[in-house]
Design a protein around this ligand. Structure first.
Ligand SMILES: [Zn+2]
Length: 238
């Protein structure tokens, strides 16, 4: 039985690898992500290596093995399906579900999660627009760019809003920035590193570039790549 702590490490390493230019997760960055010391991470790395989940890389880095990547995607699948269930069925607000899913993702068996997936109609994105890995651990990323990378006057479809910060999600929702909404870039102020985005029927919102990193959109000129894949009804049975 893999512990919740191990799953949290694997998920953190997966996220850091994706941001890292070398594809490795540095011990120091894993320590920051997990809120522990580098010594604690090093001790845990031995445990993860013995379990065949990570391999140590040069210069204090580590990388998930195929088994480790598969576990990360399984945890992400559980997390995002729980978020869909909480929003669509239990009618939680989208700003409330991340922390709930952080706990529940460790508690659900493979059998329960496959029943939940079927019950929800095999959703392919979570309430924040993040793609849900399928039962075989395949993830189709949402091809979208941060809103500050769009030119003034551009129109775009909101694809994804970072789901981790409840207060940011509350702000985004008040200004209509939800996946599927059409937004336009009213103002670009590079000197102030800010962008002003408007959704029809809502007050415009000025975002710093840092905050704008959390709102990804498809420019209207590019035909938006569908985030809902057509699949045969039994495609997820494995
Ligand atoms: Zn979440």
């Amino acid at each position: 039985m893999i512990s919740a702590t191990v799953e949290d490490y694997i998920k953190a390493i997966y996220a850091l690898q994706r941001e890292s230019p070398t594809g490795d997760a540095a011990v120091t960055r894993v320590a920051v992500a997990m809120g522990v010391t580098s010594g604690t991470v090093t001790a845990m790395t031995h445990k993860l290596r013995d379990a065949g989940l990570v391999k140590a890389e040069r210069y204090g880095g580590m990388r998930l093995t195929p088994k480790g990547s598969r576990l990360a995607l399984d945890v992400i699948r559980r997390h995002r399906l729980v978020e869909v269930f909480l929003v669509d069925i239990l009618k939680f607000d989208w700003s409330e579900v991340h922390d709930e899913a952080e706990r529940l993702e460790h508690a659900l068996s493979a059998k329960l999660i496959e029943r939940l997936d079927a019950f929800l109609g095999h959703p392919t994105i979570d309430p924040h627009g993040a793609p849900i890995p399928d039962a075989k651990g395949r993830l189709s990323e949402v091809a979208a760019i941060p809103v500050h990378a769009l030119p003034k006057g551009a129109t775009a479809t909101v694809a994804r809003v970072d789901g981790r910060d409840p207060s940011f999600l509350g702000l985004a929702a008040r200004h209509g920035l939800k996946p599927g909404a059409t937004c336009s870039i009213l103002e670009q102020t590079p000197e102030a590193e800010s962008v002003t985005v408007a959704v029809p029927g809502h007050q415009p919102l000025a975002l710093s570039h840092r905050a704008a990193m959390r709102v990804l959109a498809h420019p209207a000129t590019d035909p938006p790549r569908s985030t809902r894949r057509i699949r045969s009804p039994r495609a997820d049975d494995a």
